[in-house]
Design a binder for this molecule. Structure first.
Ligand code: NAG
Ligand code: NAG
Ligand code: NAG
Ligand code: NAG
Ligand code: NAG
Ligand code: NAG
Ligand code: NAG
Ligand code: NAG
Ligand code: NAG
Ligand code: NAG
Ligand code: NAG
Length: 754
């Protein structure tokens, strides 16, 4: 068929391959010969569908695909979350879909019914009331539970402490189950930044300091979110790959090491750091992730959103990444507001689109300038076309053109017994036993009384990226101990005292705490950090962790350390539990507590899990995904430091035990961490025999197998995380002193081997 209209009348329609045009401008959504347009045919290949749809789109329609819209544009999402009025703003809907209809932010708390109504209205409008009928991505957060009142799992740093790919995959798959039913098809997780700069507030969102662990767990998370097919969507004869939900690897790249510890600050490094440290987790986890989000920061002097080397040369050309990349909220504006590499919004939009990323909300919508820039000949439309193709590929891969709607039975997938079981496992496996002097733990269920003390003892503390009252769905430690003890028919008495607040220097509660300890057989003191309160949005800034909550000190805030010291002074065995989103630097506690447990911000069953660990109903198996410094001034303390970065005897031998040697020491403090990456104790003991390496000599690019027999030589069942580290003994450039290259978590009954 030939194109039947004169080109001059249709300046906004692309003029490529005129010969093959199957449609007229007046009737872009149908074919002249009456056949089904390829883009609407589920049996056609994804590439053919993209190729068929793109030329039918006007410039304005293409640009609207690239800008993130907001469900609040037609639904009153910011009102009382419990209000269930099912009505929408018609002109708001029409305007939103005309300008920003490609992807829709929906991460608000509404009743499920209202949310489903809003998604249904939006998608039905796009499918039935717009010319081409292109469905939207519907987006929410989901680092550890999606933020429209889904089940909340342990924070990512806690999930990482499980060192268990299966745990991470299983919780991601539940996040996906719960979100999918409501019509969400795009989750902004996982975060693959590395926790090497501990002052940064977002450490809790990461899988720790190591790029290998991060890559493995990131891959597990992406698979859990994406694997599967949406309902009523079939693969099609040549339809190819399908996914049920888009994950988002973020923040691409090197975001987690801001030079001042302050969020968004520039990151210092070169091509070697980029390739050996920051890129590997993304290359491992994200090549099949349907989207990525760029970082706010500049790396090596180039703002990442306009870094051609990173976004075009490496991501697109070297890795062949073919899905959607979006900028983080408001970040396009930073080119002229923070980085000053552009003078105007137009320049910011152009530099970003030329590196193939979309624009999120939270800024001034600089991409609305793109149509005029194209018409003025300042921007080549090919960049817009290429970027739209990446987004359409995601939509076709999800099967959204076949089924963009929420499921009528969505309630069946939320908070099921299966999610509760996975939650319970994740909460247990993420607890790390750091210190256990004289086998203080586990406590016997026959013990007469325990003192449960501290500001975290009757408090649910989730990490950042939860909304409005999410903590009401969690159990506090006090609640968990009570439930555990009553379920165990134990007569152990609990003497509870708050002792002090998390944030205050007020010691007036100490007497009550000391009395509780004195009248008990053992004292458990629960202290730590607390996270940005999303309910208060940006006003909850007296938190000590979370996005935009960076700190200059890693010690305990307020009277908390003094509370531990007062309790310990009673002479009662004192167990300290840190509930926190990052390492706490308190050498006194390391040196004096009888036992120390790290519970990174847990999920909804965290309060029960800590009781089960302390009483030995579960044998702790977590390992640290991040090292604990003695003092903020000794950071960074990540374990895979470059050779020469820690104390050395003579030249060449590194001492990792804190021995004071000449040079490579701080005058009054040791650079050796309190507890290092990979550390974590158990109530049983393991030994290793029959180590083999195959092949026994490893070349630079060889893969290899390590086998070892692990024996549980203690008297209780346990899980061990077998960790394999490698070092390049002599190398032409300075390399890491050691590097994790493999790990496997195994369950071994007492007296058995694996
Ligand atoms: C949040 O919790 C408070 C206190 O429990 C309650 O008054 C309020 O209605 C809750 N808000 C929502 C949106 O659930
Ligand atoms: C509906 O949306 C339009 C367009 O965004 C806006 O101007 C108007 O104020 C909205 N109406 C209500 C009642 O919110
Ligand atoms: C959130 O979920 C909890 C637990 O299922 C429920 O009690 C609460 O009403 C829900 N909140 C909203 C706003 O739907
Ligand atoms: C979609 O179009 C139908 C038929 O013209 C109309 O009745 C309906 O109100 C429209 N829906 C929206 C949300 O605009
Ligand atoms: C991409 O980013 C670079 C900076 O690395 C910027 O100078 C350029 O304008 C952008 N566009 C293209 C096509 O490279
Ligand atoms: C799938 O298709 C069936 C039959 O057409 C329909 O009844 C059902 O509602 C659809 N399911 C979803 C989730 O759209
Ligand atoms: C109660 O204890 C039993 C037996 O130890 C255990 O199977 C069950 O999961 C426990 N329930 C709770 C809620 O802790
Ligand atoms: C923040 O501090 C104020 C007192 O300065 C206190 O009232 C408030 O509860 C604190 N918020 C949190 C989340 O701890
Ligand atoms: C620490 O390591 C150094 C060098 O390996 C060794 O000489 C010293 O004995 C060690 N000290 C302790 C307390 O283990
Ligand atoms: C490890 O434990 C096994 C099983 O108890 C025992 O046979 C072996 O001798 C132990 N090996 C070492 C090196 O301790
Ligand atoms: C490692 O073991 C796997 C599974 O047994 C095998 O397929 C692979 O060839 C082995 N690789 C090497 C380098 O020996």
């Amino acid at each position: 068929m030939r194109l039947l209209y004169p080109l001059l009348l249709v300046p906004t329609v692309l003029c490529s391959s005129l010969e093959s045009r199957k449609f007229t401008l007046e009737s872009r959504a149908t074919n002249i010969d009456g056949s089904l347009p390829t883009y609407k045919n589920p049996e056609a290949s994804i590439e053919d569908r993209i190729g068929d749809l793109l030329p039918r789109m006007t410039l304005e329609e293409k640009v609207s695909q690239l800008i993130q819209g907001d469900i609040n544009g037609w639904m009153s999402a910011l009102d009382d979350p419990l209000d269930n009025t099912l009505s929408f703003n018609q002109s708001g809907l029409e305007e939103m879909m005309r300008l920003k209809g490609g992807s829709i932010w929906g991460g608000y708390l509404m009743t499920y019914e209202k949310f489903v109504f809003a998604v249904e209205v939006g998608q039905r409008y796009l499918m039935e009331n717009t010319t081409l009928g292109i469905p939207a991505l519907i987006q929410s957060e989901g680092l550890h539970g999606f933020t429209n009142n889904g089940t909340i799992f342990p924070s990512p740093i806690g999930l990482a402490a499980s060192f268990n790919r299966d745990v991470v995959k299983s919780i991601a798959s539940i996040v996906s189950d719960e979100a999918e039913g409501l019509g969400i098809n795009h989750i902004f997780a996982p975060v693959l930044d590395l926790s090497r700069e501990l002052r940064w507030g977002r450490v809790e969102e990461n899988y720790g300091e190591d790029h290998f662990l991060t890559g493995e767990l990131g891959f597990a998370f992406v698979s859990g979110i994406q694997d599967g097919t949406r309902r009523n969507v079939t693969a099609g004869r040549s339809g190819g790959l399908r996914k049920r939900m888009a994950a988002t690897c973020k923040h691409f790249v090197a975001f987690g090491s801001p030079m001042t510890g302050l969020n968004l600050a520039p990151v210092v490094g070169g091509e070697r750091d980029l390739r050996s440290t920051y890129l590997p987790p993304f290359e491992r986890a994200c090549l099949e992730s349907l989207s990525m989000m760029t970082s706010y920061s500049a790396y090596n002097g180039i703002p990442t959103i306009a870094d051609k080397n990173i976004l075009t040369n490496i991501l697109r050309d070297e890795w062949g990444y073919k899905y959607w990349v979006t900028c983080d909220a408001g970040s396009v504006d930073l080119l002229y507001k923070q980085h000053f590499t552009c003078e105007t919004r137009e320049c910011s939009a152009k530099a970003t689109i030329e590196n193939f990323s979309g624009e999120m909300g939270g800024g001034t919508y600089t991409y609305l300038t793109l149509p005029d820039q194209v018409k003025a000949g300042q921007l080549d439309e090919k960049y817009i076309d290429e970027t739209v193709k990446y987004l359409l590929r995601v939509k076709f891969t999800l099967g959204l053109f076949e089924n963009p709607y929420p499921y009528p039975d969505y309630l069946k997938t939320i908070r099921t017994s299966k999610s509760r079981e996975a939650l319970h496992t994740a909460d247990l496996e993420s607890i790390v036993l750091l210190e256990n002097r004289k086998n203080t733990l586990p406590l016997s269920k026959d013990i007469r009384s325990i003192a449960l003390i501290g500001p975290q003892a009757d408090q649910v503390t989730f990490g950042d990226y939860v909304f409005f009252n999410a903590t009401l769905n969690g159990i506090t430690p006090l609640g968990g101990f009570k439930q555990f003890l009553s379920n165990s028919s134990s007569s152990t008495k609990i003497n509870y005292a708050e002792g002090c607040k998390l944030w205050s220097n007020d010691e007036s509660g100490f007497d009550e705490a000391v009395n509780a300890a004195q009248s008990s057989d053992v004292a458990i003191v629960m202290i730590g950090t607390w996270s940005r309160d999303q309910t208060l949005l940006w006003s909850g800034l007296n938190a000590t962790t979370g996005e935009h909550v960076d700190v200059h000190d890693l010690g305990l805030v307020g009277a908390q350390l003094k509370l531990v010291q007062a309790v310990k002074a009673t002479g009662k065995p004192t167990v300290v539990v840190f509930v926190s989103g990052k390492p706490i630097a308190e050498p006194w506690i390391h040196d004096h507590a009888d036992a120390v447990i790290q519970q990174f911000y847990p999920g909804e069953l965290g309060g029960l899990a800590i009781a089960e660990v302390i009483f030995g109903a579960y044998n702790p198996s977590g390992k640290l995904p991040v090292s604990f410094p003695r003092d903020v001034g000794t950071t960074p303390v990540f374990y895979n430091y470059l050779k020469g970065a820690r104390p050395m005897t003579d030249f060449g031998t590194t001492t990792d035990n804190g021995t004071l040697v000449f040079g490579h020491q701080y005058v009054l403090e040791s650079p050796i961490p309190l507890w290092s990456f990979g550390h974590g104790l158990s109530y049983t003991t393991f030994n290793y025999t029959d180590f083999t390496l195959n092949p026994s000599t490893i070349g630079p690019t060889d893969s290899f197998n390590v086998t070892v027999t692990v024996h549980n030589t203690g008297s209780v069942d346990g899980q061990e995380v077998v960790q394999v580290y490698a070092t390049d003994v002599f190398s032409s450039v300075v390399t890491a002193n050691q590097q994790l290259v493999g790990f496997e978590k195994v369950q071994i009954p007492a007296g058995s081997s694996s």
